[in-house]
Design a protein around this ligand. Structure first.
Ligand code: MN
Length: 330
């Protein structure tokens, strides 16, 4: 058995997506692989912790542990220059914890980090075998860096110059904890968090990219297979550092499907079926993060009728007043 440590960090709202992600990871693991799984968190309920442990124990090839971070960096998060504050649904204080694996996992020299808005569609244990040499991490180069105008436009010139060809995404990392400790990189990252002259649009990614510039080992795009990429690459002005072969290979042979933009539970994601198959199998509940298409439609209908009803009431009142005036003046 080969034991592979992997950690995740999310808040209580993401317990259900995490269940799907965990099951898919264990379900696709090769026979000789055992995952030591950890969750960094500050508010996941006992009930959800039990539910997630049950999901992990289903396959018998993983163990799950919850680590309460006791609000580590919560204060820095609330005061920091994070554009993500404007979009509380997308980013929470937990987002930046993924940069701090060295602090929370002193027992390891290397660890995998993964998002939980994913479905793992292949064995990914080879990630742990990668020779990181003296790089801080392995990550996937951003596929939209050159195409989407707001991907990197927030960087100051000195950061932009360094990162424009190298900026990596945040969905999956292999962290070289030994190297990170040796060079006190976590202190440097806290300085970046506290430096309000640096705008952090993509909180975790920006911190890590600035701190790790030029010390990165790149993974194939297959580890972040974007469901919507197939549509984007057909745009006539699409540009990317990836070749056409690499782009299509990530779509045809995904290792991890990453619902980075549209989420299956918002009913607006491509390739959502594979996610819902696992969701159904695990008998998971539709929690408050779910946006049900049917109820939304009903709500829209109700709004329309409410509008008409209000007009009807207004017109009736006017008619009654006019009628009264006519009667009085008569
Ligand atoms: Mn994600």
């Amino acid at each position: 058995m080969k034991e592979i440590p992997i950690f995740f960090t999310f808040d209580d709202n993401y317990a259900v997506p995490a269940a799907v992600a965990f099951y898919s990871l264990l379900n696709k693991a090769a026979d000789n692989i055992f995952y030591e799984m950890f969750v960094l968190h500050s508010n996941i309920t006992e009930e959800n912790q039990r539910m997630l442990k049950n999901v992990v124990s289903k396959k018998g090839n993983g163990k799950l542990e919850f680590i309460n971070t006791n609000n580590f960096l919560k204060n820095e998060w609330s005061k920091g220059n994070f554009e993500g504050h404007q979009n509380k649904n997308q980013f929470t204080a937990e987002t930046i914890l993924k940069c701090f694996g060295a602090k929370f996992f002193p027992q390891y020299d290397k660890i995998i980090y993964s998002d939980v808005d994913i479905v793992v569609t292949d064995d990914i244990s080879e990630l742990y075998e990668l020779d990181l040499s003296d790089n801080y991490l392995a990550a996937v180069r951003g596929v939209f860096n050159k195409y989407l105008p707001n991907e990197l436009s927030h960087f100051k010139p000195e950061h932009y110059e360094v990162l424009k060809d190298n900026y990596f995404a945040g969905g999956i990392w292999v962290l070289n904890l030994k190297k990170i400790r040796e060079n006190n990189l976590e202190e440097k990252m806290i300085d970046i968090i506290n430096d309000n002259t640096i705008t952090k649009r993509w909180p975790d990614q920006d911190i890590m990219n600035i701190a790790c510039a030029n010390k990165v080992c790149y993974l194939p795009l297959n580890y972040i297979s974007y469901p919507y990429l197939i549509d984007v690459i057909k745009e006539p002005d699409f540009v990317s550092d990836y070749s056409r072969e690499e782009l299509y290979d990530s779509i045809i042979n995904p290792k991890i499907i990453h619902y980075a933009a549209g989420k299956p539970w918002h009913n607006n994601a491509k390739k959502a079926q594979i996610w819902f198959e696992i969701f159904d199998y695990l008998n998971l509940p539709e929690t408050k993060i779910f946006k049900n298409l049917n109820t939304n439609k009903l709500q829209k209908k109700y709004k329309k009728y409410k509008f008409l009803f209000n007009i009807f009431i207004a017109v009736s009142i006017i008619l009654v007043v006019v009628l009264l005036l006519v009667l009085i003046l008569d």
